[in-house]
Design a protein around this ligand. Sequence first.
Ligand code: NAD
Length: 464
Amino acid sequence: MTTVAADIEIRDPATDELVGRVRPAGPEEVDDAVGRAVAARTGWACTDPAERAGRVRDAASAVRAQAEELAHLNETETGRPYDDGLGGVLAAAGTLEQYAELGPLHRGRSLQGSWSATDLMVPGPRGVVAAITPWNDPVAVAAGLIGAALVTGNTVVHKPSERCPHLGRRFADLLASFLPDGVLTVLDGAGPTGALLSAHEGLDVIAHVGSIAAGRAIAEAAAGTGAKVLLENGGNDPLIVDDGVDPQWAAEQAALGSYANGGQVCVSVERIYCHRGVADEFLAALAQEAGRWVYLPAETGQKVLGPLVDDRQREHVHSHVAEALAAGATAHAGGELPAGAGAFYPATVLSGCTPDMRILREETFGPVAAVRVVDSFEQGLAEAIDDPHGLAATVLTPDMAHAQEAWRALPVGTVKVNAVFGGAPGGAAEPRGLSGTGFGYGPELLDEMTTTKVVHLQPAPPRR
Ligand code: NAD
């Protein structure tokens, strides 16, 4: 049986100061949480959709009212700059509100076999959903999975990341205060607790957002229980910079994609293929842009680069950078471990990166722009495609034929043309390859959270 480790210590990654400790849930607590979710399942499934939605809408209002407190906790536990964290909390409230609108409208289809014979396709809740979430956008990601599960009539056991357990518990408790007992419970703990939960036979769905390794372990556990698995894993997103773009604008886009949230966004730019025609100017502008991303206090015109989530993450990032430099890459900015307290890492620009380097092959998840200069758009596209991940990709090009070619050819769930971030609020995303399976966002997540019963309805038989 999986054993659960000792207490988990959380330190502020900006100062190394102790924030608190939590005791990871063991087998009894996991069993109890799932048991409560199972007991609450029928009552919640039979609750009118409009009432379920109303409760989720009220919870969204409470999240808005507590947004500052939640953003502050986010900063203290994970180092995410306060304004970014506030944006994440408000996005979470918006997502809950969207699902509250969409839940009661979620409907099935029908099919006519003959004038008097109808197939009804009726969606219903799957049952008990485990929502296992990461630390890098903790409130918005949790709100999406939990909101979609609740409005479709599922009960939820939530295990937030062990790197922000106080935030995870505060958010879940806030939501749970608007729900009947057992409809949403929360568990503290790290991977071992997540593993106990994933292997539990009382679950009907495991929705995981996080690393590829954890996603794999969850899929293996679910294979033994029959639970449906939704996996939104990490990526290794390419950015293609085509000939003819303004190099300054492209550098600003590359910096935003590489450095926002310290590069700790699932769809951060992880590798850059830059056309030789603009490469010199692009690299010079990118190095200048990197200089604008600074630790607090930031001045006008500068952008805040918070610490990485912890020293473990910083070691991981620096190992990729150091290995690339040792193998012949050049640093145009950053690339060195700063002295002093905190898990800070500078905005870094590397050129001379080659396909064999881990910095181009694996997710770095840090503020690093790793550039490879290519001789043609076709070479950049071919190298961008040659990767087993499948989360997202960006192409910056003034050439619509290249844009069309890229979005059709890239084997990823989301292609962004001429902006590294964006997309409509409530937009969907379905990863491919190592990056996971199933819709983790948008109205399509409501389909994932429901199962459809087909009813063959025939006319009444002749009476005797
Ligand atoms: P992680 O996989 O380490 O942890 C995520 C969650 O899974 C945590 O709650 C953790 O305790 C749990 N967990 C870990 N091992 C487990 C196991 N064996 N069984 C069950 N649960 C387990 O990931 P992280 O470091 O918290 O998050 C960063 C990763 O998440 C990055 O790879 C990032 O790209 C990815 N991410 C993806 C998306 C997306 O939408 N695709 C969004 C955000 C983050």
